[in-house]
Design a protein around this ligand. Structure first.
Ligand SMILES: NC(=O)c1ccc[n+]([C@@H]2O[C@H](COP(=O)([O-])OP(=O)(O)OC[C@H]3O[C@@H](n4cnc5c(N)ncnc54)[C@H](O)[C@@H]3O)[C@@H](O)[C@H]2O)c1
Length: 329
């Protein structure tokens, strides 16, 4: 199939493009490079630089490349920014997704895969979290993804769109070719590795008074290659029906445990200090991912936290300052 990968110059989109091409699909990456990097676009993909606000360009692109399916990674996704300035953040995420769905409807393209998030559950009533649990986003970021999920349902009703909403927990690690390079970086593992490399003095741990094993937040880390492979499976299953899946390992680690694992992998001291809690951070987020395992036969190949950190460390050592070019911002 010809797959349009929005945000394919970003972290997860670049690895998904790599996995899609390994599975025999052709990828067209559409990205405005606001958070992404030209060098992150996988070598086998066609690259079209553009913004999702530009419906005319999208329309031309669908005609030029005979697109069969869309994987929609492009979004604003920094939670603290969404807490500070929710209106433009939510407006862009939702409007850009609507533009995409509208152009898809006009071109009768009926397969859509959404990068959704565990944030749609907010502070969960129980863990592991199942797909049918209460939806109560803890940030405007999560709210924007939930709005898109709900619109996908109405696009299915009206236009026969088939969709997979994949609710990621914490993507981490690297493939051989692609790793994580955000600015600002807000994700734990790349920040820890920046400290290990000496690019940052110390790590801030946001809160140590949560009701968890050691008081720091518990999160579920999923290897980015496992995450990308789930997209390929979900794409192939879309002919059957639309679906919503959690994507995580089903095992939670505290921030302190991640730091300890990173100290072991890197053999560096990684100084850390406790900082105030951030608003919108639930104490524990762990995925119940039985549904995708059962229905699509997905199984993470790299569930071990050390393996995940080792892959990120290899990539970080090979690219200590990230990809060669910065941002289009
Ligand atoms: N990284 C995680 O752990 C995680 C967890 C849950 C959900 N997600 C979701 O997964 C997706 C990918 O995450 P990521 O970490 O790879 O993000 P990223 O910022 O690395 O990649 C997003 C890409 O989208 C591009 N983009 C943004 N706005 C655009 C626009 N208007 N037009 C065209 N391109 C645009 C950026 O330039 C960037 O290359 C996001 O939607 C994010 O919300 C990520």
């Amino acid at each position: 199939m010809n797959i349009l990968v929005t945000g394919g110059a970003g972290y997860i989109g670049s690895v998904a493009t790599e996995e899609l091409t390994k599975a025999g699909h052709a990828a067209v990456v559409y990205d405005n490079l606001v958070y992404g990097h030209r060098e992150a676009v996988h070598a086998t993909a066609v690259f079209e630089e553009g913004d999702l606000a530009d419906k005319d360009l999208l329309d031309r692109l669908f005609s030029a490349h005979a697109i069969d399916a869309v994987m929609h990674f492009a979004a604003h996704s920094i939670i603290p920014v969404s807490m500070r300035d929710p209106i433009p953040f939510v407006r862009d995420n939702v409007t850009n997704a609507m533009n995409l769905m509208e152009v898809m409807a006009n071109h009768e393209v009926k397969r859509f895969i959404l990068s959704s998030t565990a944030n749609v559950y907010g502070d969960p009533e129980r863990v592991p979290i199942e797909e049918n649990d209460r939806l109560a986003p803890s940030s405007p970021y999560g709210e924007s993804k939930l709005m898109i999920e709900r619109m996908l349902h109405w696009c299915e009703v009206r236009y026969g769109l088939r969709y997979a909403s994949l609710r990621y927990f914490n993507a981490a690690g690297a493939s051989e070719n692609h790793g994580e390079d955000h600015d600002p970086e807000t994700h734990l593992i790349p920040l820890v590795l920046k400290v290990a490399l000496g690019l940052k003095d110390r790590l801030d741990i946001y809160g140590d008074d949560y009701p968890t094993r050691d008081g720091t937040c518990v999160r579920d880390y999923i290897h980015v290659v496992d995450l990308a492979q789930a997209h390929v499976l979900a794409l192939e299953a879309l002919d059957e029906s639309s679906c919503v899946y959690n994507l995580g390992n089903g095992q939670g680690f505290t921030v302190q445990e991640v730091v300890a694992a990173a100290r072991a992998v890197t053999a560096q001291p990684i100084p850390a200090q406790i900082a105030p809690r951030r608003s919108g951070d639930p104490a524990t987020l762990v995925a119940g991912s039985d549904k995708i395992r059962r229905e699509l036969g997905w199984k993470p190949r790299h569930p071990d936290l050390r393996d995940i950190i080792e892959s990120a460390w290899r990539w970080t050592q090979a690219h200590p300052t990230g990809y060669p070019t910065g941002y289009a911002r």
